[in-house]
Design a protein around this ligand. Structure first.
Ligand SMILES: [Zn+2]
Length: 213
């Protein structure tokens, strides 16, 4: 019984493949360097836990709960620090803010294709137990650009916290003062230290695993 709709796929050009591979490699390099930094400097590790608490994190990447997977929190922090509150272009518009002129977006890992249902996962497991091997060709994740920290955004209208207002409709440079409450870290729960350390140690091993293309 097949109920899933077939989606037409646009052919992927070699240039797109190259760009995608380059951004994955760049992300892995940034992660590797950041993991080394945190594992050798306890203050950096604690800073990461604070960042994760502020931007919001979740243990299960597949869950629909709000927040970033720890892997994504790590990738975001590897690209920019400090971070206090992250979101996409449209999210910031919904918050009455706009991405400031000249700001470059941060990347997060995205899963290729839709999420597997529990049924499909169970079936795969059953088949694996029967000796079937799932083909693991190609990347399962890609880097999706488009995330910005609040410090990369400016008020679109009068800021409700500090009263700063843009000079005109197209003004994307007038920023709130650094002490505006919009930049304040949020109080969230920190990810357990042991899990963070495990995740960072895994980054050091994973660098070799992407050589299959
Ligand atoms: Zn403000």
């Amino acid at each position: 019984m097949v109920t899933a709709k077939k989606r037409k796929r646009r052919p992927v050009t070699q240039a797109q493949k190259d760009r995608s591979a380059a951004s994955r490699t760049g992300a892995r390099e940034a992660l590797h360097a950041y993991a080394v930094l945190c594992l050798t400097n306890p203050a950096e590790l604690e800073h990461f836990r604070d960042i994760a608490a502020s931007i919001g994190w979740k243990l299960d990447p597949a869950s629909d709960e709000p927040g970033y997977s720890l892997q994504n929190a790590l990738l975001l922090a590897a690209q920019r620090r400090p971070l206090t509150h992250c979101g996409g272009f449209d999210y910031w518009l919904s918050q009455g803010r706009a991405v400031a002129e000249g700001e470059k977006s941060l990347g997060t890992w995205r899963h290729v294709g839709r999420k597997k249902t529990d049924e499909e996962k169970a079936k795969e497991k059953e088949q694996a137990e029967d000796g079937w091997q799932s083909s693991k060709r190609g990347p399962r994740y890609y880097v999706k650009k488009g995330t910005f920290d609040v410090a990369q955004t400016v008020p679109r209208a009068r800021c409700p916290y500090c009263g700063t207002a843009p000079a005109g409709e197209d003004d994307r440079t007038t920023q709130c003062p650094p002490d505006c409450a919009v930049f304040a870290p949020r109080a969230g729960s920190k990810p357990p230290r042991v899990i963070v350390v495990e995740l960072m140690q895994a980054q050091l091993l994973e660098s070799d695993e992407d050589g299959e293309e």
